[in-house]
Design a protein around this ligand. Structure first.
Ligand code: ADP
Length: 597
């Protein structure tokens, strides 16, 4: 399926790609127009000095090729100095040009990396659940590098080389006749069309290498991220085997890529050798016949050398540009992913008053065939604590994901204080809700910075208060580095219960009006569970709180307990009312009492 996708848009993709690329790059070039202008001036200066070199050489050779008695040594010395100056100018202007334009390329890479990063963050949860982080990072990195390459080489290589070819052809024509210009033009065209065809044929191998590269990287990253799982099942050999297969595919792809590169280089070298031989042969005959001086022969030779140097390079640049376009295409595929839940920045901010939440006739499915929520109705009065209970898979977490707008329901309306949450701008909705997730993943940073994540502007004393509120103080005191302890990748160096309390501390800092606790107490021992519950209650005092609970003991005094079963509310009431009703809740309660006995 995927290879089909690649094969199909080889041509179309690249053709559409250039305007899209221009759209992104032109504002950056315009913004840096003085640098770009100066760089182009340097380029012109360097080219003109370069074009002058063969003429200086000719004058030198002709000047030296006279009777030693008549040798105008002063004139010769001036020519030698001019030759040196022309060489220096060419190199120096080239360097200045690269330095000036380097800034522009960096700015372009900066801007594109940043906008890609923001874009990837704006995509739906669903995209991120399906993504391949290693591969995605690679695509982004290679795409931005491709853009930098394209910028540098298109402006400073392709266009000037074409200009140089035209100039050389004109100079040869005017000074030595059409046949010389013809050889130059025919060989350049032969070279160009051969390179073009051979390079298009090679694109498939370049893509194959890129794909194999991403795939093996994804494999390795995924395997390392799941380090613990690999250990649990003693699956190191299995993982190594899979990585080995991915590397085999990569190796094969690289081999084909290299062989095709060899064919391309050999063909180009042949065309260059034939035309250069032809030119020199013609020039040698003319010198022999007395139609040309030795200086003319040197001039023609020098022009041919100078011309084929960038042309050889042009072949490389063209190949690289094709590869860069393939990379940019992958980056643009990422950029073209559209989130189904757009931030809708024109929508008004959430106007919170009581924090009253209403779910009305909600239907929702992750996959079309399976409805996870069916005619789900629930009213949470402002300031109330409502607990969702029910068997695993009943749809409890889904309810909280809909409230946070990770997904939109397929039918029905969710409203806060009477406003449909779809009519509110997304950041203001999310700012109003603090979530303590089921499994809290931490950044590989200190405990302090991880807690500060709840409100990046929080002061150290705010953090200490949050630590107390989340009953983490005792734990932090026991750590030799206290809050400065590093938590390890994804927070794996601290226990599940501690991670969860870090999540609670973050939620405390966020100071949101609505709280969602998703199984927030599931991995705490009963001592810290009680402590955390107290903290919760203090915190949830006036906020609207949705608790998704498995341990019924933790939510006995919730204002309302809602039993969710197969995506609908089947019972609702206080703990004692539900026990009296002897329904599903009473059965769950009895089952949990049995477990703890
Ligand atoms: P609960 O919180 O009650 O255990 P969930 O709301 O997490 O249940 O899940 C309800 C159903 O939806 C389950 O069958 C689960 O497998 C499915 N589900 C949850 N998340 C996804 C997802 N991202 N894609 C597909 N199915 C999902």
């Amino acid at each position: 399926m995927r290879s089909q996708h690649f094969a199909d848009d080889t041509v179309i993709g690249s053709r559409l790609l250039l305007p899209k690329l221009w759209q992104r790059l032109s504002p950056i070039l315009v913004k840096n127009r003085s640098r770009v202008g100066l760089a182009v001036l340097c380029l012109l200066g360097a080219k003109l000095a370069l074009m002058y070199i063969p003429f200086l050489l000719k004058a030198l050779v002709d000047g030296l090729d006279t009777d030693p008695n008549q040798l105008a040594i002063q004139a010769i010395l001036i020519l030698v100095l001019a030759y040196g100056a022309a060489r220096l100018t060419t190199t120096l202007f080239g360097e200045i040009r690269d330095t000036l334009f380097g800034r522009v390329t960096e700015k372009a890479m900066h801007e594109i990396s940043l906008s890609t990063f923001k874009h990837v963050h704006s995509l739906d949860l669903e995209y991120h659940l399906n993504r391949r982080t290693g591969g995605l990072a690679r695509d982004i990195e290679r795409g931005t590098e491709g853009i930098s390459f394209l910028l540098r080489f298109f402006i400073f290589n392709i266009a000037p080389t074409l200009f140089e070819i035209a100039m050389v052809a004109i100079i040869l024509w005017v000074n030595y006749g059409a046949q010389y210009a013809l050889v130059v033009l025919v060989s350049v065209m032969a070279y160009g069309s051969f390179s073009f065809r051979a390079t298009s044929w090679r694109t498939q191998y370049v893509r194959e290498v890129n794909r194999a590269d991403s795939d093996s990287q994804t494999r390795a990253v995924d395997s390392l991220l799941n380090y613990e799982t690999v250990k649990y099942f003693n699956n190191e050999p299995f993982e190594a085997g899979r990585y080995d297969i991915a590397l085999d595919i990569w190796e094969q792809a690289r081999r084909k890529n290299r062989l095709s590169l060899f064919a391309l280089n050999a063909g180009q070298a042949l065309i260059i050798a034939v035309s250069q031989t032809l030119m020199l042969g013609m020039a040698a005959l003319s010198v022999g016949a007395g139609d040309m001086s030795l200086g003319d022969f040197i001039l023609i030779n020098q022009f041919m050398l100078q011309l084929f140097l960038p042309l050889g390079f042009l072949g490389f640049v063209y190949r690289e540009i094709k590869a860069a376009l393939a990379n940019i295409e992958r980056l643009f595929n990422v950029l073209e992913e559209r989130p189904s839940i757009a931030p809708h920045s024109a929508a008004p901010d959430l106007a919170l008053s009581a924090g009253d939440i209403q779910f009305s006739r909600i239907e929702f499915a992750y996959r079309e065939s399976e409805k996870v929520l069916k005619d789900f109705n629930l009213h949470i009065k402002g300031g109330q604590t409502v607990a969702l209970v029910g068997v695993s898979g009943a749809g409890k977490s889904t309810v909280s994901k809909l409230l946070f707008r990770f997904y939109d329901p397929t039918q029905g309306v969710i409203s806060i204080d009477g406003t449909d949450i779809k009519e509110i701008n997304l950041p203001s909705l999310r700012q109003a809700i603090a979530v303590v997730p089921q499994d809290c993943v931490l950044f590989n940073d200190s405990l302090r910075e991880n807690i500060r994540y709840g409100r990046p502007a929080a002061t150290d004393s705010d953090i200490e208060q949050a630590v107390k509120a989340a009953h983490l103080a005792e734990f932090v005191e026991r750590l030799p580095d206290g809050l400065d302890t590093l938590v390890g990748e994804r927070g794996l160096k601290i226990s599940g219960g501690e991670r969860q309390r870090v999540a609670i501390a973050r939620a405390v800092l966020k100071q949101a009006h609505i709280l969602i606790f998703d199984e927030a107490t599931s991995s705490l021992d009963s001592h810290s569970e009680q402590a955390v519950l107290k903290a919760f209650k203090a915190l949830a005092g006036r906020q609207t709180t949705l608790v998704i609970a498995h341990r019924l003991s933790t939510i006995v005094d919730a204002d309302q307990i809602v039993v969710v079963h197969a995506g609908s509310v089947v019972e609702q009431g206080t703990h004692s009312a539900l026990l009296d009703a002897s329904g599903k809740y009473a059965a769950l309660w009895r089952a949990q009492l049995q477990e703890h006995r």
